[in-house]
Design a protein around this ligand. Sequence first.
Ligand code: MG
Length: 127
Amino acid sequence: MNQPLNSNDITIADAQQKVDTWIKTLGVRYFSELTNLAQLVEEVGEVARIMSRRFGEQSFKSGESDADLGDELADVMFVLICIANQTGVDLTAALEKNLQKKTQRDAKRHLENPKLTPKKDNNNGDN
Ligand SMILES: [Mg+2]
């Protein structure tokens, strides 16, 4: 994944800086950490609403539109970044560390999970 960045790409650090600038100008100040936690849950709920209707058994109500999943995921990212910024978390370092942890801990876990491999057809059409 070490692809060169395109001129329009932003790094996680860029995103943290952009959100910080936005909050301190247009947003005036950060909401409290607990308010942002509630906001995060709310935004995750909006993602869940779309996922449930688009991919699950739930249907859209009449007049309810198939909202923009990307926009809702971006809302989740925005609030997540706010929480990271106001609690001093460097998300680049945190993600790298987290991926290392998962790589070591789960090196074989998913590869050896039979639920993740295609089921073999025991029937072979012989009945
Ligand atoms: Mg939203």
